[in-house]
Design a protein around this ligand. Sequence first.
Ligand code: 3PG
Ligand code: MG
Length: 412
Amino acid sequence: MSLNKKSVDDINVKGRRVLVRCDFNVPLKNGEITDETRIVAALPTIKKLIKDGGKVILCSHLGKVKNGPNEGESLAPVAKRLSEKLGKDVKFIDDYSVTGATATGAVEAMNEGDVILLQNTRFRGKEETKPEEAGEAFAKELADLADDYVCDAFGSAHRAHASVAVVTKYIKEKGGNNAVGYLMQKEIDFLGNAVENPVRPFVAILGGAKVADKLNVINTLLDKCDTLIIGGGMAYTFLKAKGYEVGKSLLDETKIDYCKEMMEKAEKAGKQLLLPVDTVCIDSFPDPIDNPNIATTVVDADKIPSDKEGADIGPKTIALYAEAVKSAKTVVWNGPMGVFENPVLANGTEEVAKALSETSATTIIGGGDSAAAVNQLGYADKMSHISTGGGASLEFLEGKKLPGVYAADDRA
Ligand code: 3PG
Ligand code: MG
């Protein structure tokens, strides 16, 4: 699927100030970056703009920033890692107001090919996350720093935030370009082709805890795929809808009818909808979640005891799902098969990752937990594409328009 949006290849940034929105929302532990995937994924666009002689002004959010600006959610570690990756200095503007005199001064001092990184955009609170409520001053201040704007933050593209979407209005007002970066293009190419133009058979695998989070994606993917595989906590609402007892397993009573409807839809359309045929049960949810000292029993999916809860797919289900993946030509996977944070309950997720690593199909991993699982297991280089966006890839697969994409200028 080609994106009919202006890209970094369509603009000439020589000597111009370019504001680039990245998704540098990376996991941190004690101030150290534990997964640099999103930083590495942003490099091609940044390098291209440096090479073309742009003055590159990077911005991003980090974390949820629930209690105001704080050192723990500063982008300082990202600036440092980015400098190492680019092999050149990335000047960090450590000002909690993000824009303002310090940022403006730093931009004025930039030479062609220089790179600066602004502080966490969410330090501006609702001005960033709810501009429709808080006003557009921050978006305008960001635009004032630059001539052109590039959105390469696929992971944040589903957020209509100031730095993701609203800023484009002010860049446009002064005649600048609003383009998308290489990462955005790549993500939309892979995800878009998978759903719009898949080589068949197309198998979609959905997991995760709640059916409610996946209502639209289940419905949309059922239209597009040949086989839909369901795992994770949400499978138990489907099993209940099938008439099985699910014991203490995760269940959303309000979505039982929806699950019935989806099963009927699959049946009518002649699509395969695969549900677990056996499940790994535990007595109660592990506390802490990664506590390995838990007892498990494997039972058939229609024999879950009333005092137990299902927490992973069982071996028969693994074999069934692996078989479906084997003959596929396109596979999209979003969401773990069980409580994969616990080593005892990670087997289903690991085996699905393994099956995907062994198939010759085009394999596309939605971001978030499934991407983390694939990375952790060392299968990353065996996949065709691992999305850098969790929520964003899900909303894209639902067929929603992503604000970060449609805010860019259309190609002339
Ligand atoms: C993510 O990691 O999901 C993206 O960076 C978006 O972050 P958010 O879910 O906090 O908006
Ligand atoms: Mg998120």
